[in-house]
Design a protein around this ligand. Structure first.
Ligand SMILES: Nc1ncnc2c1ncn2[C@@H]1O[C@H](COP(=O)(O)OP(=O)(O)OP(=O)(O)O)[C@@H](O)[C@H]1O
Length: 707
């Protein structure tokens, strides 16, 4: 008994409280004061009796005992109905079998023994109750409805069996253990804009110089978009001191940005880089922009060049598009002597991670030690690529060189021979980052702080990674998160909900995008696509397939279809010009095709996912996912090739019947299913095109048979 009492103190307390309440009610029902006094008298007599037997008992225990042993005992037993007796017996058995606490066999129970047990318990609990507020609610583990009020006295109430607590919701889990910087993210509504004041006016909060504002106006840009409103003034500090390129003892915070496709992320980093670097005196490599594909490198370089006009900063790119030796000659002045701090022909370098690694390891005097900005665009994609461990190599190359070891004679003995590794040339002693590291110990200084690299990392994506491991790899310094995120009707817009959406991969899409899915038989997919193109007069579209090979096959079928259609049936209608765009083509060929598409000499680009990320072709009115994307990130980036910069756009996805369930689940997990409407195409709608389609299939079969 003793051990069980110790093992279950809470249970005992709850029971005691229940019994106490019951007793209070009973007291209130006492109508006659006379009966009360009689009871007290009897109690006193009983107290004497008990004290003689077992030492001191308090008043309440005595009262309880009296109720059972003395006068009321017999009437209570008599008044019990058959049902109550059965219930009592059942309960005793249940209690004893569940907890073993009341080890009393049901039928042979001795009332006296039972009362004694009960009183012992009560005695203990009354003592505890002194510290507890009498009005206190019963403990949650014993809900009031579980206690049956008609239980006879002396019968312990049953307690609910232990049960599993409810599993935490997905949203609770997504927010658990999040870095505090993420929970403190700045949430910006996509409709936020900041007008750019014209020439002669104040900068109007944009922090942009007059030169830049003039250039933007020439390009037709009159206001900053949401992501730019949040980022440009933040990255261009107001005070002159803070605009210093290097602040080794007060380095800038890193920034992570999640904003929808086509929302203007590129200008959000291009403009601050150009503004801050224009004060530089000598050319050093100060900004490095890393992108996942050559096509994107070419696109971003163009944006830099357009905005750099009249500023004189030198911009370069390396992506393997030219020979390695040629790229080397574009990057550094001198590849043959060891130069302090390396040498650079460019202020800004735009590159792919693979080629960057080649130069870091193979181009003498190519150094990242003057880097002020490291931009990782399409960050989630780049972090998924290992490419010779590019990220850790880059991070180690931008770190402030370690203080050399000084021996007791004040002679310099560097711990490592820095000249050994061509990728890390001798540190430039004059670079503000390094001044402290090269100071002689004999010069007294009160500064004990180690200088830090002033390199600011800027990460961008429409589908920012939520993987804490990947984020940790970046070694971010006090990162500021900016999330451009709207909210649906009836949804509350709080910081928490914005963060939650990104963490649960509920990515924001452009508000001007209309999305549809068409569930179809796989055999009819080409016919459906041709029908969509013709019935909606689509003349500027990207059609995504799952591979370079499917791209070629679909293009050939489409060309045969157009041939058949224009040759026989609809003589008046002009043929739609389509071209393939995939990794099967060389870079120059792709470049020419892209230029023709931008010039609208080509109507439809049938492409692989090579251009599903980042490519900015403003006039794309439709995106067709001919093969349904298999993950939500791919869906977001493909669809995001249209409806850019606030323009209207349609995204259609053809879903084969057997894929429909998976596709819908993918959208539903991203809380996006409601945004994608179902489009039904009847047989009669496609019927007029069937003869051309059949003829095209026949031609394709023959063409493949010839090969
Ligand atoms: N403030 C602005 N006013 C007008 N047009 C703008 C503005 N900012 C950017 N744009 C235009 O919006 C288009 C999309 O910009 P950008 O390519 O930077 O989008 P993004 O957010 O990087 O998209 P993605 O995630 O797909 O790479 C570009 O054509 C760009 O010129």
């Amino acid at each position: 008994m003793a051990t069980t009492d110790v093992a279950a103190p809470k249970k005992t307390k709850a029971k005691a409280r229940y019994l106490k309440k019951k007793k209070e009610k009973r007291k209130q029902r006492a109508k006659v004061a006379k009966v009360e006094s009689e009871k007290k008298a009897k109690k006193a007599r009983k107290a004497e009796h008990v004290n003689e037997e077992s030492g001191s008992e308090d008043d309440e225990d005595e009262e309880e005992e009296m109720n059972v042993d003395e006068e009321p005992q017999i009437p209570v037993v008599i008044e019990k109905t058959e049902r109550e007796k059965k219930k009592e017996k059942k309960r005793k058995n249940l209690d004893s079998s569940l907890s073993g606490k009341h080890d009393v066999p049901g039928p042979e129970i001795e009332p006296a023994e039972f009362e004694l047990d009960h009183d012992e318990e009560k005695e203990q609990d009354e003592g505890e109750d002194i510290e507890i507020d009498a009005d206190q609610e019963p403990p949650t583990q014993v809900p009031a409805e579980d206690i049956e009020p008609e239980l006879p006295l002396g019968v312990l109430p049953s307690f609910p069996l232990p049960s599993h607590p409810d599993a935490p919701s997905k949203s609770t889990l997504a927010l658990q253990g999040l870095d505090k910087h993420i929970t403190e993210a700045e949430i910006v509504h996509p409709s936020t804009v900041l007008p750019i004041p014209g020439e002669g006016a104040e900068e109007g909060g944009t922090r942009l110089s007059e030169k830049t504002r003039r250039r933007l106006k020439d390009l037709g840009i009159t206001e900053l978009f949401a992501v730019q409103t949040a980022l440009i003034p933040y990255l261009i500090p107001q005070s002159k001191i803070e605009r210093n390129l290097y602040r080794p003892f007060d380095p800038p915070r890193d920034v992570c940005v999640s904003a929808p496709t086509g929302s203007g992320k590129t200008l959000a980093y291009v403009l601050p880089i150009l503004e801050l670097l224009q004060t530089r005196v000598v050319t050093r490599l100060r900004a490095l922009v890393v992108l996942p594909t050559r096509d994107l490198v070419a696109q971003v370089r163009e944006t830099f060049e357009v905005l750099n006009k009249g500023r004189g900063l030198k911009i370069g790119s390396v992506s393997g598009q030219q020979s390695f030796a040629h790229e080397q000659s574009q990057l550094v002045h001198d590849r043959h002597s060891d130069l302090l701090g390396g040498s650079s022909k460019v202020d800004i370098l735009i590159c792919t991670p693979g080629r960057l690694m080649d130069h870091l390891l193979g181009t003498p005097n190519f150094s990242l030690q003057h880097l002020r900005f490291l931009v990782v665009d399409e960050a989630d994609r780049l972090l998924a690529q290992s490419f010779q461990d590019w990220l850790s190599q880059v991070l180690s190359a931008i770190r402030t060189p370690k203080k050399p070891d000084w021996d007791h004679d004040d002679t310099l003995t560097a711990t490592t021979d820095l000249s050994e590794d061509i990728s890390h040339p001798y540190p430039d002693g004059l670079a503000p980052n390094n001044l402290q590291s090269l100071s002689l110990p004999s010069i007294p200084t009160f500064l004990h702080e180690e200088p830090e690299s002033s390199c600011q990392k800027l990460l961008f994506s429409a589908t920012l990674t939520r993987d804490p491991g990947k984020i940790a790899m970046l070694e971010l310094r006090n990162p500021k998160y900016v999330i451009v995120q709207g909210h649906g009707e009836g949804e509350e817009s709080t910081k928490e909900s914005g963060v939650l959406k990104v963490m649960m991969e509920k990515f924001a899409m452009p508000e001007s995008l209309k999305e549809h899915m068409i569930v179809t038989d796989s055999m009819k997919k080409p016919l459906i696509m041709f029908h969509l193109v013709h019935s909606h007069n689509v003349t500027n579209a990207l059609v995504f397939t799952k591979s370079a090979e499917s791209t070629t096959r679909l293009l050939r079928l489409f060309e045969f279809f157009e041939e058949a259609r224009t040759a026989t049936g609809q003589k008046q209608s002009t043929s739609i010009i389509a071209k393939a765009y995939s990794s099967d083509l060389g870079f120059q060929e792709r470049k020419t095709i892209l230029e023709d598409f931008k010039a609208q000499k080509i109507n439809i680009l049938i492409c692989s996912d090579l251009i599903s990320r980042g490519m900015d072709i403003s006039h794309v009115s439709h995106v067709v996912s001919y093969d349904a994307p298999v993950d939500i990130r791919k869906y977001v980036h493909r669809a995001g090739r249209t409806a850019r910069a606030g323009r209207e756009g349609d995204a259609w996805t053809l879903v084969e019947e057997q894929e429909a369930r998976y596709f819908k689940k993918m959208l539903s997990d991203a809380d996006h299913l409601k945004n994608v409407k179902r489009m039904k195409i009847s047989e009669s709608a496609t019927e007029p095109l069937v003869p051309y389609y059949e003829s095209a299939l026949d031609s394709l079969r023959k063409a493949y048979a010839r090969q």
